[in-house]
Design a protein around this ligand. Sequence first.
Ligand SMILES: Cc1cc2nc3c(=O)[nH]c(=O)nc-3n(C[C@H](O)[C@H](O)[C@H](O)COP(=O)(O)O)c2cc1C
Length: 297
Amino acid sequence: MNTNTNKKADILIAENQIESLKLLSKVLEEQGYKVRQAIDGEMALIAVEAEIPDLILLGMNLDRVDDYQVCKQLKMQDKTTDVPIIFLRDFDELSDKIKAFEIGGTDYIIKPCQQEELLVRIETQLKVSLKLKEVKKENKNLVKKLKIIENSQPVHQQIPLESHLLYQAIAATNNSIVITDATASDYPIIYVNPGFEIMTGYSLQEVTGKNCRFLQGSDDQQPELEQIRDCLQKGESCHVTLRNYRKDGSLFWNEMSLSPIKDESGNILYYLGVQTDVTDKKKLMKPNKDIKHLYRK
Ligand SMILES: Cc1cc2nc3c(=O)[nH]c(=O)nc-3n(C[C@H](O)[C@H](O)[C@H](O)COP(=O)(O)O)c2cc1C
């Protein structure tokens, strides 16, 4: 499709009156336009399919596919919806004019018309169409830039407005909540709530991108870890209690439930971890037994 100079624009004329078709073609070719001709609606659609023109002059009473249908079909398709269509008429009838504009026509010319008027209307439509293309391109670029900015925001800022209630609930709970990215390697943390920060002493900024195993410190031979590896490998949920260490080095017992979060097709996108500090419960249940773990070795 031509977008540089309107003078070389590709114009399709669909007109069943041969004399008029010849005359229009001659006038436009003299102005430097590339002209293609169609004598009925079906030919016009085939010509558009072969190459999308920059503008269409659409005559009336076209055979096989009538002019309204041609216009409607082209306006329905993404690739041709912005091609300006100028209706050519032998009469000036209000209802026909309204219909032409309603189905997407961009202008309406009544024949016979002065050559200057025809040319200026075509020029105008080509300029508008060119501007529209530029605006759409600019829009696409802006959307791309916006997406990049959105993706660089922390996950809690990406949550859509309607989910804010849910987000506030997650943020307000006393439980620790961790979300890890299951599509990236090694399940990096993408979100922790304030409950996690209180329980461990680590902030969201400090842990983003890390695997949760850092909470085990050097205590990384706990048998329950095998259970976690197995559950992650199978994409299942699990419930385990581990010894973990806060930022200040003190031990706490971390009872956690890990669950996959899937999309509609069943692909696992995230893993959700809900953790509770059960140190007090453990102490009550087994007095003195785990005293040796109270501080990191
Ligand atoms: C969502 C999620 C939350 C997790 N939370 C913790 C945690 O709070 N403490 C911990 O020690 N491990 C946690 N893990 C487990 C570790 O990230 C890791 O899977 C485990 O240490 C076993 O893997 P590894 O042998 O590669 O270390 C969590 C895992 C997931 C997926």
